[in-house]
Design a protein around this ligand. Structure first.
Ligand code: PLP
Length: 412
């Protein structure tokens, strides 16, 4: 344990990356496996560390910094709003929030928004709406929610229970009652699980944290049909795959599926914390004053950042770029796969949400090798690489990353 500082004013000076890492180790709870260097600033698709090393960022804060680091439009909007009004209680109307709600609803084809500050909170709101809706619809026994093996929905007690992966759940048992888990892309299994007790089915159109695992378009269509037949809400978790990353505003719009509830966060304000739970029809009208709330949610500063992010996304045609450059990237990686002698066994994904399945368990070594060469990517477990660049990337950036992966595969 770290000894408490005798004089709280006498803080440890920290200059080098090693100093900062040591402070972090001593004073921050040990919940993340961190790299040894310290990132200091970013611009567009690039980051620089405290030693002046430059990195091409193909992770973008795990699908957060969609319009790029320090985009001037977003920076200016935040600065202007910070000088005017950062926060106002949700007991008052807020012009930016109301206009953002209308904007998000028209892009996502939804009726109403509940704002919050993160992905887990957006999903918590969805779970609460589903339970309240279910009880009103079919009585107190209608509270079960079905999610899918390999899913990731967050770290709060409700959302970690929804996350059908024992490694995230086991230390925190007992979990929240009323969740059932179904294999992905198995419609017969889902049909079996849905009963009168089911109020909602919750799914990521493309699973992110488990290494870019897409639900097939046929499966998503089947899930929608089963939910309609059984009168069950469909919750689409678009927290990682939404916000233009796959070429349409929501990934589900690529396959023509509409949820009753859609959750968003990550890329919504280019790194400013914000989440949103959108709903349509009865689900949009379920919550009433007193049911749910959040102090910071939808405050003017976060909404200004989100408006500016949407402006850039649309004005710079970044969804179109995600689609075109994403296809270029996927094809280039497939080219690498065909000459990789089994080192790459599958390249999958949509737009700029890409997973590379490796034939050897060397994902972490590859990630480290790429870092040495100034490229940031993500390793999922031992044998998947996850690539989530800003939506501003060019084919040249993709070529650099494909060449860096090819070289790293030779090196490890
Ligand atoms: C699909 C999905 N849902 C929910 C979450 C949780 O979001 P947050 O970390 O903002 O709570 C994540 C985070 O990775 C995610 O990818």
């Amino acid at each position: 344990m770290t000894a408490h500082l005798e004089n709280p004013q006498a803080l440890t000076p920290a200059h080098s990356a090693e100093d900062i890492a040591a402070l972090d180790r001593d004073w921050v709870m040990n919940t993340y496996a961190r790299q040894s260097f310290v990132i200091e600033r970013g611009e567009g698709c690039y980051l620089w560390d405290t030693d002046g090393r430059k990195y091409l960022d193909f992770l973008s804060g795990i699908a957060v910094v969609g319009v790029g680091h320090a985009h001037p439009t977003v920076v200016a909007a935040i600065a202007e709003q910070a000088g005017k009004l950062m926060h106002i209680s949700n007991l008052f109307h807020n012009e930016h929030q109301a206009k953002l709600a209308q904007r998000l609803c028209s892009l996502a084809e939804m009726d109403r928004v509940f704002f919050c500050n993160s992905g887990a909170e957006a999903n918590e709101a969805a779970l609460k709406i589903a339970r309240k809706w279910g009880k009103a619809k079919r009585g107190t026994d209608c509270f079960e929610i079905i999610t899918f093996h390999g899913s990731f929905h967050g770290r709060t007690m409700g959302t970690v229970t929804a996350t059908a992966q024992p490694k995230y759940q086991a230390p925190f048992e007992p979990l929240v009652p009323g969740f059932k888990y179904c294999p992905l892309n198995n419609l017969a299994a889902l049909d079996e699980l849905i009963s009168d007790k089911t109020c909602a089915v919750m799914i990521e159109p493309i699973q992110g944290e488990s290494g870019v695992q897409p639900a097939t378009p046929e499966f998503l269509a089947g899930v929608r049909a089963l939910c309609d037949e059984a009168e069950v809400l469909l919750i689409l978790d678009e927290i990682q795959c939404g916000m233009g990353r796959t070429g349409t505003f929501l990934a589900s719009q690529n396959v023509g599926i509409q949820g009753d509830i859609v959750t968003m966060a990550k890329g919504i304000a280019d790194g400013f914390p914000m989440g949103a739970c959108l709903a349509r029809g009865e689900a949009a009208l379920t919550l009433v004053p007193g049911d749910h709330g959040s102090t910071f949610a939808g405050q003017p500063l976060a909404c200004a950042a989100a408006h500016a992010t949407l402006d850039v996304l649309i004005d710079e045609q970044l969804m179109e770029n995600a689609s075109a450059t994403g296809e270029y990237f996927l094809n280039a990686l497939k080219g690498l796969q065909s000459s990789s002698n089994g080192d790459i066994t599958e390249v999958r994904g949509h737009g700029l949400m890409v997973g590379v399945q490796l034939g050897r368990p060397v994902a972490r070594e590859l990630m480290k090798e790429l870092l040495k060469n100034g490229v940031i990517i993500n390793a999922v477990g031992d044998s998947i690489l996850r690539l989530l660049p800003p939506l501003t990337v060019t084919p040249e950036h993709c070529d650099t990353v494909v060449a860096a992966i090819a070289a790293a595969l030779q090196a490890v």
